[in-house]
Ligand binder design. Sequence first.
Ligand SMILES: C[S@@+](CC[C@H](N)C(=O)[O-])C[C@H]1O[C@@H](n2cnc3c(N)ncnc32)[C@H](O)[C@@H]1O
Length: 209
Amino acid sequence: MTDGPAHWNGVYAARGETELTWYEEQPVLSYELAAKYAKPGEAVIDIGGGAARLVDRLVAGGHGPVTVLDISEAALRISRDRLGESGAGVTWVAADVRTWVPPRRYALWHDRAVFHFLTEARDRAAYVAAMDRALAPGGAAIIATFDADGPETCSGLPVARYAPEDLARALEDLAPGRFRPLESRRHVHETPKGRHQAFQVSVFTKDKD
Ligand SMILES: C[S@@+](CC[C@H](N)C(=O)[O-])C[C@H]1O[C@@H](n2cnc3c(N)ncnc32)[C@H](O)[C@@H]1O
């Protein structure tokens, strides 16, 4: 499960952006990989982008068009307000990725810490179906989850943890032959309170429709 908008709006209302356990002042690895797999001018979507600062880096780096999708309108408002005029070209979508119907194709799908909330098989299937519809042939998907030794919960919700090979197998089971692993990295995130959380960040490509 991932819980609905009320849960997530409550999370963003209860604490400042910089106090959230997943807060990153500089989304260094996300941006490094996004810039590697999407050229400026290619459409990028940050799934569950929330209040994350990847959009700031993408816009500043001349990437995009950029879309940020999140189940929480409150989270999107934080990013929209922070960017101000510089975010004028960003598309903000308040939607649940499990039911969202992509209106266009994207060269890059980025997800940091959303897929791991999908502990039900039907939710993972809906997510992968949306990713398949959204990604252009030749496009890439960057999916960051808690690694096998990462936390068992986040934001009061249970998560599914994945080593890179577990995530590759999960995608292969849900969409056989659709997503080919390209690379994966380990990243240890330091929370604002100084705790360490192990993530894996995997990149997949979709070769064809
Ligand atoms: C742990 S936070 C990570 C936020 C952001 N990716 C980052 O790195 O800062 C998870 C985010 O996913 C969003 N989310 C959770 N379930 C979702 C769903 N089913 N569809 C879209 N967004 C979702 C939450 O509102 C929240 O912003």
